[in-house]
Design a protein around this ligand. Structure first.
Ligand SMILES: [Zn+2]
Length: 234
């Protein structure tokens, strides 16, 4: 194999590694965002369950106050009954008392329902709290992992790019230009092997004449179909 082909193959290997790492680096912030979104969704869900729990407590308190107000009114009606001498007024107060007592009964039934619901929500909130704590711990660990990964990749890239620059220095400028264009335009594969007279880049058969010249390992030749740089190794 021509020494320059060997250099190009090492260069290509580093370029491929750089390409993969850059792609990974590009996708990591997106992963980070999706983790943030998951965390926020979990928090919203928890808050919504807690909010419903709080609403039930407030409703219960409101009903308690309503019932107490009605009890106070009944006490007042009873006082008024003591004071009145009119039969008609006495009867009217009795009716009011009955009406209020019926109201209180309804309120108390509703209170019992709410108490049962509140009990149910206590369990739901406890479950949601536990679930969110787990999600949060897990997600935060992943976020730290991503940050560590970004740092590691950035470090690797600095090293690879320095190595790449050094390698490129030793390669003829025109050839390097050709290689760079091929690497960009041919999916990160600029230098390919010749196997069974076939280009391993585009998988087309070469003419026998070109194949023989490639096998001679004395000159740099390109695939007649895709233009990639060819090499032959036994
Ligand atoms: Zn080809």
């Amino acid at each position: 194999m021509l020494p320059v082909i060997e250099s190009l193959l090492i260069l290509q290997d580093r370029d491929q590694k750089i390409r993969i790492l850059r792609l990974e680096l590009k996708n990591l912030p997106e992963e980070r965002t999706s983790l943030d979104t998951r965390l926020a969704a979990g928090s919203n869900q928890l808050n919504s369950v807690k909010g419903r729990g709080r609403d039930i407590e407030l409703e219960k308190k409101k009903l308690e106050m309503e019932a107490q107000a009605k009890r106070d009114s009944i006490a007042k009606f009873r006082m008024q009954q003591f004071q009145t001498r009119k039969n008609e007024e006495f009867q009217a107060l009795t009716n009011e008392i009955k009406r209020f007592e019926a109201d209180i009964e309804k309120i108390e039934d509703h209170e019992i329902e709410l108490m049962e619901e509140a009990e149910k929500f206590k369990g739901l909130i406890a479950d949601a709290d536990k679930e969110y704590a787990q999600t949060k711990a897990h997600t935060e660990r992943q976020i730290v992992e991503i940050a560590t990964k970004i740092k590691a990749i950035e470090g690797q890239l600095i090293e690879l790019e320095a190595e790449r620059a050094k390698l490129a220095e030793g390669i003829d400028e025109d050839l390097l230009y050709q290689y760079n264009r091929l690497f960009i335009n041919k999916g990160g594969l600029a230098v390919v092997a010749l196997e069974h007279e076939t280009c391993m880049g585009c998988h087309m058969k070469l003419t026998t004449q070109t194949a023989v010249r490639v096998k001679g390992n004395k000159e740099i030749l390109n695939c007649e179909q895709c233009g990639r740089i060819l090499y032959y190794s036994e």
